[in-house]
Design a protein around this ligand. Structure first.
Ligand code: AOF
Ligand code: ZN
Length: 373
């Protein structure tokens, strides 16, 4: 189908407003909706947070608030409207009720409960429907949702912070903060966009991290599930991750009855046994399948090198973010080599700067959004 310049401008605006829900709507996709009448936008809506209105419903409600008549308008929506009673009533009915007479959709909804049903309901009600406007842009925006609907595993992002030579740590000092404030803000944003943060047990032993989302102001903040790869259950019982009010998933592959009993006594700790690969380590793809079963669509790997290498060797990394600081470690610990990263065959994007830190970015498909994180 040929799309007019107007169609494209309106749909791009719908994609732009959809972005406002990022980090808040999981496991739902980002969705935006624009109502257009006589060639002008009369209202905008987006799926803002889980349990909140769907995009179409917000757009209709916003039109009402402004005293705009929706009757006879065109709706530009980034996703096929739903046709089911879920957390909200069907959007198809809301569109009919609002007297919309044409619906332009970017992407079909692969959710089996919708999948063409929304379009059919609209067509049955004699509404004009056009599908596929800015389809690939919308698909990029909701890539983790689409990937999950398709493969039932999360997309995997590897995040590293290094010194100017690519080293990840300094043995000569206590592990100290060397990233810029802007980098730290970006990392916490990235965490809030993730459904799970994964680290290896060595990182827990060495850094005793909290792995929660800070530095972000919004009432719908979503803390990712904290996941520790701990094949032999070496995690110290006093670790912060095991003793606060947020859940932690400890993934192991070798039995250790005593440690399992001790961990089971912890309130918010869940244990998950995953089978070993031939080299005796946790099989990463099996773990991803389990996490996919639990609905995780975005997984962030935050450390350390062995864990990263483990996923890398199984070719399961979809994106890499490497924050490179201008400092130089005195007694450095090696991270991944440039060769290992290049060997993945990911596409390298242009670098970004977070104060003095340079962010190198690689991805398998497309970067999810211009400002991500
Ligand atoms: C829409 N507009 O803005 C969104 C849709 O549990 P619920 O009721 O929130 O429904 C979630 C499903 O609805 C989600 O998996 C996806 O298929 C669709 N999301 N649909 O018409 C929206 N967010
Ligand atoms: Zn809906």
């Amino acid at each position: 189908m040929d799309w007019s310049e107007r169609d494209i401008v309106f749909m791009q605006r719908a994609i732009e407003v959809a972005e406002r829900g990022r980090g808040k709507v999981h496991p739902n996709p980002l969705v935006g909706c624009i109502l257009v009448k006589d060639g002008e936008i009369i209202s905008e809506g987006w799926h803002d947070h889980l349990g909140g209105l769907h995009a179409e419903q917000m757009a209709i409600a916003n039109a009402e608030k402004k005293g705009k008549i929706t009757n006879g308008s065109i709706a530009y929506i980034t996703l096929e409207p739903c046709n089911h009673f879920g957390r909200t009533p069907p959007c198809t009915e809301a569109l009919l009720w609002a007297g919309i007479n044409e619906v332009v959709i970017a992407h079909i909804d692969p959710n089996p409960t919708v999948k063409g049903g929304g379009i059919k309901a609209l067509k049955d009600a004699k509404i004009d429907v056009r599908l596929g406007c800015c389809e690939s842009e919308a698909a990029i925006q909701m890539q983790s949702f689409l990937n999950w609907c398709n493969k039932k595993i999360p997309l995997v992002t590897l995040k590293m912070a290094t010194d100017c030579d690519g080293y990840i740590d300094d043995k000569s000092k206590e592990s100290q903060r060397f990233s810029s404030e802007a980098t730290l803000d970006a990392v916490h944003k990235l965490r809030s966009y993730s459904d799970g943060i994964l680290v290896g047990v060595n990182t827990v032993i060495r850094d005793n991290p909290l792995l929660n989302v800070r530095r972000i102001n919004n009432e719908h903040i979503k803390h990712p599930l904290r996941i520790v790869m701990d094949g032999n259950l070496r995690i110290p019982l006093g670790s912060k991750l095991l003793n606060d009010e947020m859940p932690t998933l400890v993934v192991y592959s070798n039995e250790n009855k005593e440690k399992i009993q001790q961990l089971k006594r912890k309130n918010k700790v869940e244990l998950l046994k995953i089978k070993k690969s031939e080299d005796g380590k946790i099989e990463p793809i099996e773990l991803l399948k389990e996490l996919g079963e639990r609905g995780l669509q975005e997984l962030l790997i935050e450390g350390g090198t062995n864990t990263a290498r483990h996923f890398l060797e199984s070719n399961l990394i979809d994106r890499i973010l490497m924050f490179r600081s201008p400092i130089s470690f005195k007694d450095p610990v090696k991270g991944l080599t440039g060769q290992e990263i290049v060997g993945l065959g990911l596409e390298r994007l242009t670098d970004l700067y977070y104060e003095d830190d340079c962010l190198e970015r690689w991805c398998r498909n497309s970067w999810p959004a211009e400002k991500w994180p």
